[in-house]
Design a protein around this ligand. Structure first.
Ligand SMILES: [Fe+2]
Ligand SMILES: [Fe+2]
Length: 275
């Protein structure tokens, strides 16, 4: 099972740049072209939130046009920049967006692997939350898919990153504690895959140390790796990319970070020692 994760697309309306300088729709088209060329073909693509930027109704039109180029099954997750109802209206064919009632939560089965999608949105703030209703849904779903390797996908990661500026907009302490309490009861969670950070970070889930969580680079701009206390928040134009989550029986889940080129190479080894 190969699951491609794209995140934090932040698509803007035509002639508008994210943060005044990033053509996010163009960046998304480049990422999609790279994913469409990927061999082997991923079983699905999941977009882990912040699909649009402001949200302006035109942004979902641009998003739909960009994502229409993807020739792989696609699943959408809400982030703090999204609007649940506008997203559902913009993607009527994605009926699963209404499975979770008020929240955008649903289950996908990709061969032997289950993906549970959680909604961490907590409008109008940029931080995330998991209320009792969302955690109860997660508990129910984890019980229902017990024995199947399971990936949980959500926008806000269930850990503090050390990037102070972004931790100020993280998942609430109550949400993190509740998430740890529920997930620590189950042994079949392979990984928690998240967005929001516009960086690749790996950590244990706070309070559930046996469970690994990761975030992924954005298809557009990245958050500066500012670990100093009091460092102001900023973006950088480090390379955009996406993640390839490969699950194989016996080996479990491995995550490969891929950058969107063009780059020079590949150059094949021809008799040199392989490092
Ligand atoms: Fe974002
Ligand atoms: Fe976000």
């Amino acid at each position: 099972m190969l699951l491609c994760q794209i995140t934090d697309l932040h698509v803007t309306r035509p002639d508008t740049l994210a943060c005044g300088r990033v053509d996010t729709a163009r960046a998304l088209r480049h990422a999609i072209a790279a994913i469409n060329r990927w061999v082997p073909r991923p079983d699905a693509v999941i977009a882990t939130g912040d699909l649009i930027d402001t949200p302006h109704p035109l942004e979902y039109e641009v998003l739909r046009a960009c994502l229409g180029d993807l020739d792989i099954p696609l699943y959408l997750v809400v982030g703090n920049h999204d609007h649940r109802e506008a997203l559902r209206d913009a993607f009527p064919a994605h009926a699963y967006l209404r499975d979770g009632g008020e929240f955008v939560q649903y289950r996908i089965d990709l061969g032997p692997v289950t993906v549970l999608v959680l909604d961490t949105q907590d409008p109008p703030g940029a931080g995330g939350h998991l209320c009792d209703a969302r955690l109860a849904w997660l508990d129910e779903q984890l019980l229902a898919c017990a024995g199947r390797p399971t990936i949980i996908a959500m926008h806000h990661p269930p850990f503090e990153t050390g990037i102070e500026f972004m931790d100020g907009y993280g998942l609430s302490a109550q949400g993190r504690a509740g998430f740890a309490l529920v997930t620590s009861r189950y042994a079949h969670i392979e990984r928690v895959i998240c967005g929001h950070l516009h960086r690749s970070i790996q950590a244990s889930v706070e309070g559930a140390p046996g469970i690994m969580a990761s975030t992924c680079v954005s298809t557009a701009h990245q958050i500066t790796l500012a670990l100093a206390s009091g460092a102001p928040g900023s973006i950088t134009l480090e390379p955009p990319g996406f993640a390839m989550h490969l699950w194989q029986r016996g080996a479990g889940l491995r995550t490969h970070l891929a950058y969107v080129g063009p780059f020079e190479g590949p150059y094949t080894f021809e008799g040199e020692s392989v490092s």
